[in-house]
Design a binder for this molecule. Structure first.
Ligand code: ATP
Ligand code: MG
Length: 326
């Protein structure tokens, strides 16, 4: 399963991603977690101290390695330099699997030990002021998109991405790379307006979008979300003293997380699990091509001096049964 947490700044994306990842870890499920948000806080939310979080390798700095590895022997991709964030896999490409070891994980992933299990964490790298100019910002989240497009995951394997709900994910197609997208919304007009915007983009692409209400304090908040979001509201989470203690750097055992919040996490998981069965691999692959063509035409062809549409392998479908050529 590929799962995204999106939402307005400060809504609780990182907090809920990290709780969900901890929940998965306690059940022994294999997890690859990506921090693709502008504010890189997932490492800290998973319990890393400042020095450990700062020492995480940035995916954006390993793009040449990532591209070179994923390209494999795919003859449609003539060089790593012509590979852009939307370049889709095809015959000869190397794919990533949740449980394996590979050079991309060696370079970019670090194990994080949690109560009950260890997960892999990959981060885009911190965004600086300069990154807010378009190019670098794209190349950082682009590394995540490339990996997602080359990642095959089984039903009991989880890929969890903490990301912004910003327009970058819409331009690139990143928002279509998930089995389910959890939009974290506080019971406020702003929180709900981000949901509406996301829903609007998502509609034409068959994106499964569910709202997770956060910092919900009582019937008024719940009523507001129910009215504004309707049946897309999956579950709500209240203020958590466990989270607050974690923020202070004193996380109690995860087993001590409040029962209503544990219940909410179980619901998130069943909602995610339920999407796997109805996965449409052909549509998933088709959308890769769609966004690749869009990016090729709008900037990629010009930037690389190549006709990037030729990178699309019409006979390829990303799925667990794809055999990886060495
Ligand atoms: N359910 C909760 N109970 C207690 N505190 C919470 C809860 N959800 C979020 N918080 C707190 O609210 C703040 C913002 O949460 P968080 O960092 O997860 O939001 P975010 O959406 O990832 O923000 P950003 O856009 O900055 O990345 C944090 O201090 C977090 O600890
Ligand atoms: Mg965050």
């Amino acid at each position: 399963m590929k799962i995204a947490f999106v939402g307005k700044g400060g809504s609780g994306k990182t907090t809920l991603s990290s709780l969900f990842i901890r929940h998965l870890a306690t059940t022994g499920a294999p997890v690859v977690a990506f921090d693709a948000d502008i504010n890189q806080h997932l490492g800290a939310a998973l319990g890393l101290d400042d020095a450990e979080a700062a020492a995480l390798p940035a995916m954006g700095e390993h793009l040449p390695l990532i591209k070179d590895y994923l390209r494999g022997t795919n003859v449609r991709i003539v060089s790593a330099e012509t590979m852009i964030k939307t370049t889709p896999p095809g015959e000869g490409s190397r794919l990533l699997r949740v449980r394996e070891d590979n050079p991309v994980y060696d370079a970019c992933a670090r194990p994080v030990e949690l109560d009950g299990g260890t997960v892999r964490l990959m981060v885009t790298g911190p965004f600086t002021e300069a990154d807010l100019g378009v190019a670098c910002y794209h190349s950082k989240t682009g590394a995540v998109e490339l990996c997602l497009n080359h990642l095959v995951d089984g039903p009991d394997e989880y890929v969890v991405v903490d990301m912004t709900a910003g327009s970058d994910s819409f331009a690139s197609g990143m928002f279509t790379r998930f089995d389910i997208t959890f939009l974290v919304a506080e019971p406020t007009r702003k929180g709900v307006s981000v949901y509406r915007q996301y829903k609007e983009y998502a509609r034409d692409f068959g994106v499964t979008l569910k709202v997770v209400g956060n910092k919900v304090q009582g019937p008024d908040d719940l009523d507001f979300l129910r009215t504004e979001v309707g049946e897309d509201l999956l579950v709500t989470v209240g203020h958590s003293d466990w989270v607050r203690a974690m923020e202070k750097g004193r996380p109690p055992r995860f087993g001590l997380l409040e029962e209503p919040n544990r219940h909410a996490l179980r619901l998130l998981r069943s909602a995610a699990d339920a999407t796997y069965a109805s996965r449409d691999r052909e549509r998933y692959t088709r959308q890769m091509a769609h966004f690749h063509l869009k990016n090729a035409r709008s900037w990629g062809d010009e930037r690389t001096g190549a006709d990037l549409s030729a990178q699309i392998d019409p006979g390829f479908v990303l799925g667990e049964d794809v055999t990886v050529s060495a």
